[in-house]
Write a protein that binds this ligand. Structure first.
Ligand code: FEO
Length: 161
């Protein structure tokens, strides 16, 4: 059985993963609005991935005999300056998600919930990958700057995801 504190923190993480999904879908809509279909498609896939993270925790809470309580989602941001601004926000958002996962890991350890601690290790590794892939995109965008050809090339490349 899950302790209340751990159950509450897992429910909060479900909300954060769903908010991530919502945020990336909003970024996808923004890219559609400025005709970068590849970036839009990348963000849509990212949104789907975040939804799958939420479901992973949703299923886990139930597997442990706990209760999932869905709560209100914050409205996502809808406008950005340009491409780099969106990916900078993505990186900041992923860093915040990493901090939240780390707090959950610390809580599960303090509460001696070894099963939850073990379950969360998948998310710890996933965050390393996510931060690395977004950092790489941010670095490339910084190199590209205002070069339209460079942006179109990266748009095409990320659209292959
Ligand atoms: Fe599920 Fe990108 O954090």
């Amino acid at each position: 059985m899950l302790k209340d504190k751990v159950q509450k923190a897992l429910n909060d993480q479900i909300n954060l993963e769903l908010f991530s999904s919502y945020t990336y879908l909003s970024m996808s809509a923004f890219f559609e609005s400025i005709n970068f279909e590849g970036f839009a498609s990348w963000m849509k896939k990212q949104s789907e991935e975040e939804y799958s993270h939420a479901i992973k925790i949703f299923d886990y809470v139930h597997q442990r005999g706990g209760k999932v309580t869905l709560t209100k989602l914050e409205s996502p941001k809808t406008e950005w300056n340009f491409v780099l601004d969106v990916f900078n926000d993505t990186l900041k958002h992923e860093q915040a998600v990493t901090a939240s996962i780390n707090s959950l890991v610390e809580l599960s350890s303090a509460e001696k919930d070894h099963a939850a601690f073990n379950f969360l290790q998948w998310f710890v590794s996933e965050q390393v990958e996510e931060e690395a892939s977004v950092s790489k995109i941010v670095e490339r965008l910084k190199m590209i700057g205002d070069n339209t050809n460079g942006l179109l090339f990266l748009d095409r490349e990320l659209g292959k995801r």
